[in-house]
Each structure stands twice: as C-alpha cells, then as structure tokens.
Design a protein around this ligand. Structure first.
Ligand code: FE2
Length: 284
C-alpha cells in the first residue's frame, strides 16, 4: 500500500472508532426506547382488559450529571398515563449517603400509575457486597415517601390483580418461597423479581404467570445479530426481552433505564409498556 493510501485508511479507521466511541458514551446511554408489549394474563378481571402497565428498571441514581436525564425520562414516561407502574430494582448505584439525596430529588418526579405503583429492590439497593440492610431500609423509606409501595416478599391485590414482589436474589432478604406458596392460581398474578436467574430455581410452586425482571441491562453493549458478551447472570440466555418457559411462566427482562458504566451500544435504555389482555382459549 502506498504511504498516502495507508495514511488515508488509518485516518478513516481512527475517525470511525472515535465516532463509535462518542456515540456509545454520549448518545446511546441517553436515548430511551419505549417498548410496547402485549400481556395476556390468566384470570384477568374484565375491568382490567386494555389497562397499561409501565415497567421501569435499574434507574441507578448515582451521578449528579445524570439526574436531569432521569427526571426528563420520567416526565416523558408520564405522558403515557400508565394505569400501573412497576419498578424492578436497582434504584441507586450506592457509593455513600449522597445517593439518598439524589434519589429523593429524582423520585420527586417519579412516574406513578393511576391504579397503583409498586416496586422491588435490586442488589445495588443493598450497598456494598449487596449486604447493607441499612442502605436498603433508607432506599425503601425514600421510595415509600415518593408513593412507591416496595414489596419485600409480599403481595398486594389491586382491583383483582395480585402483584407479588420478591426481594433480591443476592441480598440478605432473599426468601421467595413463603410468599410464592400463597399465590392463588385462580386469580390474576404478576411477579416482580429483579434478577432473572431466580426463574431457574426450585421456588415457584407451579406459578404460571408473568415475571418482570431487570438486572441484566441487556448487557449494555452487543454486536449486531450476536448476544451481548457480558451479562451479570448465571443463565446467559437471559439477555433482554420476552422468554416463554412453556410451563405457564413468561419472563420479561427490561434493558434498564440507567446504567452502571456510561456505555451502551446496540442496547438502548428501555421503558416498557404492557397492555393487559385476557388470555385466549388457545393460550395466546
Ligand atoms: Fe442494575
């Protein structure tokens, strides 16, 4: 290759790499995708057909310069006027008590459902080594004050829909069995569970409904048509989107609104909107 051609080719490669890097660092992490998903639920009361559930996951409040992005995302999400809003954990990226102030500031603008707003904690809400109960209690207190019902291995019934919230798999409060034993299969049920790896454990007591998760962030970066190389789960099938277990359970993994490291490529941040429907006789 002639020297001139070599210099030209090298500068094109360098420019492309720079543009891709800038895109992955400055654009995609803040470019929200609103995903629309149908949600057929067994035994759904007639009055809930057509109602909309919004799922927001892994907000990861932690950096001062990202607070406005999160607040703006909430304001955009409010335009959809969801009937229910479910938050599936990792509200903060804990470093120190500063995150409590940041969380209060962001969640003053929290998206709330007309019929109810609930959530579960994720591993990051438990501070260092996912083990600080005091951090989790502070996060829970702020969220409850903001109007979000945090469910720690608990359930609530709102107009005929059971919302069952499991506490985080990696936390000291992981204990899903007792609450899952109480699930009435003749009612409409939805489970919130931060870490999808729980789906592979023998705790479900023949549960046969939807499970909403987060935690993976979709891997944050992935080459086109291939799976993301880094996923914080044991079961590497659990990337993002919908999974039908063919035992009655359907898992949905949200790609996260926030991020742990500010880099995303081909995995845009997500807010999900589910439209509730009754289940058809053929199971669809
Ligand atoms: Fe997360």
């Amino acid at each position: 290759m002639k020297r001139r051609n070599f210099v030209k080719a090298s500068s094109t490669i360098a420019a492309t790499a720079l543009m891709t890097g800038l895109y992955a660092w400055q654009i995609e992490p803040f470019w929200i995708d609103f995903e629309h998903v149908k949600m057929p639920v067994k035994n759904l009361p007639k009055k809930l057909i057509g109602k909309r559930i919004m799922q927001i996951s892994d907000v990861h409040v932690g950096n001062d310069f990202e607070l406005d992005f999160l607040i703006n995302a909430f304001e955009k999400a409010k335009r959809y006027k969801p009937d229910f809003v479910f938050y599936t954990g990792d509200f903060i990226s804990y470093v120190n008590a500063k995150q409590f102030k940041q969380l209060t500031k962001v969640f003053k603008h929290a998206v709330k459902g007309k019929m109810g707003t609930f959530g579960v904690l994720g591993n990051h809400d438990y501070g260092y080594r996912w083990s600080q109960i005091k951090v989790a209690n502070a996060v829970t207190k702020i969220l409850r004050k903001s109007g979000i019902g945090i469910l720690s291995n608990e359930k609530v019934n709102i107009r005929g829909l059971n919302i069952i919230g499991l506490d985080d798999y990696w936390s000291p409060r992981y204990n899903p069995r007792p609450i899952l034993r109480t699930v009435n299969k003749r009612m409409a049920n939805i489970v919130l569970c931060h870490n999808p790896d729980v789906c592979d454990l023998n705790v479900w007591n023949n549960y046969d409904g939807w499970i909403l998760s987060g935690h993976t962030h979709g891997g944050q970066c992935k080459p086109p048509f291939l799976k993301p190389p880094i996923l914080p789960v044991k079961n590497k099938r659990y990337t993002s989107g919908k999974f039908d277990f063919e035992d009655g359970r359907t898992l949905y993994i949200n790609r996260a609104l926030g991020h742990s490291k500010q880099i995303r490529f081909n995995v845009r941040p997500e807010i999900t909107l589910f439209k509730l429907d009754k289940i058809q006789h053929d199971g669809t």
